[in-house]
Write a protein that binds this ligand. Sequence first.
Ligand SMILES: [Cu+2]
Length: 172
Amino acid sequence: MRPIFLAVGAMVATISIGLGIFLLVNTPNAEMPPENPYPPVYVGSLVIQDYWIAESLGAQQTSATYLTIASSAATDDRLTDVRAAFAGGATLHRTITEDGVSRMERLTAVIIPAGSQVTLAPGGLHLMLTGVSAPLTTGGEAELTLVFLEAGEITFRLPVRSRMEMMDHSGR
Ligand SMILES: [Cu+2]
């Protein structure tokens, strides 16, 4: 066989193996990606991480976003607004449970203490999303903008997760 055919043959074999591995890694059922596709997001002196959007629920298609904001700033900052093109409403909320009854209240701002961190998590602070235009389902993603008084604003993509899945991962 002439060398050129051998070379082409080797190349085809290499591409086939490569494609095989690619398909193996990228099958829809592959659960855990090797690297975090949603790494920390930086804005000013703030780092936003562990961010996710819950699957939307009900006739009103409501959802919520949870995340952690860590500050290395010398002064307090404030999260004053959230914008989401995919939702009719996006507001800062807090869930309060009194005598076993939970209710939510709207906040004008969430304070990010200097050099500390704030966690928005189920049962507490969250970014409330109402009137979601297309159902949010696990595996999808959506874009949000957070507006801070000092750090400015940041737009980033967040993964959609099921609440059950996230509760399992939190170990509670
Ligand atoms: Cu709420």
